[in-house]
Design a protein around this ligand. Structure first.
Ligand code: 5GP
Ligand code: MN
Ligand code: MN
Length: 325
């Protein structure tokens, strides 16, 4: 067994009260990893609190136990151990960063290349498709019993972080592990339906607006677009409720790098970056204070005036590096 995995298990064994914490702007991998550990470690007799310091996007509410997820509160009863999943740096866990300043032991389980190793024990492995896959391996070693519900929760993260088994992070171990989860009762068609076929009509209107803002440059290699707060307001949707547009941009045949920015409120936008085969977008995200993977990364952009104006610097940064190749 990998040394870090033994260290993770030893921390878990020594703890009674465990807080399992995911990242802000949660995605499927985050919710899956938090809730799988919640279910799995509870079944071993631990007192587990699942936590994400953010509003949970409504599509995930179709999964069990999402109602148990707690946000940060100053009244939080400190656990013996905080397990942080799918989070590359302290800012990603929102208010739970405060727990890092206490005596509470911390374990990181993560697959981001840009991880800053901020836990007492850090099991960080970019070779894994998803944190959910690491959680699967961990719970197998710990002899956790996988029922249908746990299998479904665990499957969710592997499916979503691999773009439903399409991305370059897919290898044979992914299929081996999800084959086990499907045997245990996870329903791939249910997960695909809930995640992929659950769009609000207003999201299509937002996609139309995003298409209006689409620009392609660098001889077709770079596609980018954005949505401003007023676009979301027009259809009464919040930024969290929009599944994004960056993967559509990457699907253009000539495109290597795709960028999509969505304004949460005036002065702040989330920027999503994707690449297709060779450009390392995690380096760009890191340069602007974020992080991620080689083919999928992101960061928060803050600015005084206009989003489009603020994006120019990022666009120039990427274009220069793309033109070099
Ligand atoms: P997305 O574009 O889907 O929000 O994120 C793509 C990847 O980049 C995910 O793996 C996510 O964890 C990472 N990422 C997105 N935004 C941020 C950010 O603000 N900071 C860091 N460190 N990583 C981010
Ligand atoms: Mn994530
Ligand atoms: Mn992930």
């Amino acid at each position: 067994m990998v040394r870090n995995v033994s260290a993770v298990i030893s921390e878990i064994e020594q703890a009674e009260k465990i807080l399992v914490c995911g990242h802000i702007m949660p995605d499927g991998d985050c919710i899956s990893s938090v809730l799988s550990l919640y279910r799995g470690l509870s079944s071993l007799g631990k007192k587990v609190t699942p936590a994400v310091d953010w509003k949970i996007p409504s599509i995930y509410m179709g999964f069990p136990h999402t109602d148990k997820l707690v946000c940060y509160s100053p009244d939080l009863e400190l656990p013996d151990l905080m397990i942080i999943v799918d989070s590359s740096s302290p800012d990603r866990i929102g208010g739970f960063q405060r727990v890092l300043k206490t005596h509470v032991r911390t374990v990181l389980i993560d697959h981001h290349k840009t991880n800053t190793y901020f836990g007492n024990v850090n099991w960080v492995s970019p070779n894994y498709s998803s944190t959910a896959q690491m959680v699967f391996r961990l719970m197998q070693v710990m002899d956790v019993n996988f029922d249908e519900e746990l299998a479904l929760l665990n499957y969710l993260g592997i499916a979503t972080d691999t773009g439903f088994f399409r991305y370059s992070n897919v290898n044979s171990t992914v299929f081996e592990d999800v084959a086990c989860l499907v045997k245990y009762g996870a329903d791939p068609a249910y997960v695909a339906r809930v995640i992929l076929e659950n769009k609000k009509l207003e999201e299509f209107y937002l996609e139309r607006d995003a298409l209006d803002n689409l620009k392609v440059s660098c001889s077709g290699k770079f596609a980018y677009s954005f949505l401003e707060k007023r676009n979301f307001d027009r259809y009464g949707l919040s930024e969290d409720e929009f599944s994004g547009f960056v993967s559509q941009l990457r699907s253009i045949s000539t495109v290597e790098v795709a960028l999509f920015a969505s304004e949460s409120f005036k002065g702040e936008a989330h920027v999503s970056l994707r690449s297709k085969s060779y450009f390392d977008v995690s380096e760009v995200a890191k340069a602007f204070g974020g992080g991620g993977h080689e083919r999928a990364a992101g960061f928060t952009l803050t600015y005084d005036n206009d989003l489009q104006e603020a994006l120019e610097e990022v666009i120039e940064y990427i274009s220069e590096r793309l033109e070099e190749r």
